[in-house]
Write a protein that binds this ligand. Structure first.
Ligand SMILES: [Mn+2]
Length: 289
């Protein structure tokens, strides 16, 4: 067990094995190793569950703490319900946490409309097309909707997901590269409590969705710093806005890292237009001291 944990660390992260190895009993050693598992960040999956399985294969669930950045839905193989399969995989993965993305909320909006929730019945888009037409044009998949509608556990899990996480090293994790979540509360817990209230009343998913649209706020270094200060964080990790790097893209001395590396092979109409797995799925680098 001792060797397995130590070698798993080295192979997975190139990190140092736990200290004080000879000074503690095996139970303490295991506990310490668990507390120091490397953090694996998984950006926007967008329905490509097959590629998600491939991406996670090198990282057994007990070797890492896995953090998913949301947008499980919209963009997979048409008709294959890959978003629901991806969300289910995340729900069942040990040692993992996840946040909601706008596409996940969009699916819940369509789901509630399909159930006749009156608070959402009158919603139209600016162009006058129905919200279902907009959803389909953004690669919505009826097979995903039906899969979630028939799986109460999965829907309940989605409605229980937070908008934000604070990791032990004061890394803030969220879906968007936007600062609107700060309007929902002064702390991560306050934001998530507000989101939970929205997601558990009829039509509230639409209110929540409106907070998850914005982009590019963190390109402005002062705006970034205000946001980090608001939450007492040292850096923020996000998905949502595609990048074209081969690895996650860091800005402002690593205080922002973007993990939406165009993961789904089905999103673009152009063949072979997706990014490499390494652009979306990678170990979180340690913060400099
Ligand atoms: Mn998104």
């Amino acid at each position: 067990m001792k060797r397995f944990i130590a070698s798993g660390w080295l192979e997975a992260g190139g990190l140092s094995p736990p200290r004080r190895m000879d000074a503690v009993g095996s139970a303490d050693l295991i506990l310490e190793a668990m507390q120091h598992r490397p953090v694996l960040i998984v950006g926007d999956v967008q329905g490509d569950v097959e590629r998600l399985r491939e991406a996670l294969a090198p990282y057994p669930a007990d070797d890492v703490d896995t953090v998913f950045l949301g947008d499980f839905f919209q963009g997979g193989e048409p008709g294959a319900a890959g978003g629901a399969a991806a969300a289910r995989l995340v729900m069942q993965r040990r040692n993992s946490r996840a946040v909601l993305g706008n596409h996940d909320l969009f699916l819940l909006v369509i789901l509630e409309r399909s159930r006749g929730v009156t608070e959402l019945a009158e919603w139209r888009t600016r162009d006058g097309i129905s919200i279902e037409e907009l959803w389909l044009s953004r690669r919505g998949d009826w097979a995903d909707l039906h899969a979630v509608a028939e799986d109460a556990e999965l829907e309940g899990w989605l409605r229980g997901l937070p908008f934000m996480l604070m990791l032990d090293d004061s890394t803030l994790v969220q879906h968007t590269d936007d600062d609107r979540y700060a309007e929902l509360g002064a702390t991560v817990d306050e934001v998530n409590a507000a989101v939970s209230r929205h997601l558990n009343r009829p039509g509230g998913v639409l209110t929540a969705l409106r907070y998850t649209i914005g982009r590019h706020a963190f390109a402005d270094e002062q705006r970034l710093q205000r946001y980090l200060t608001h939450f007492g964080a040292r850096r923020v990790v996000h998905g949502h806005t595609p990048h074209w790097g081969d690895a996650p893209v860091a800005l402002h001395d690593g205080r922002v890292i973007s993990f939406d590396g165009r993961f789904s092979r089905f999103w673009s109409d152009i063949p072979d237009d997706s990014g490499p797995i390494s652009a979306t799925v990678a170990l979180l680098p340690e913060l400099p001291a």
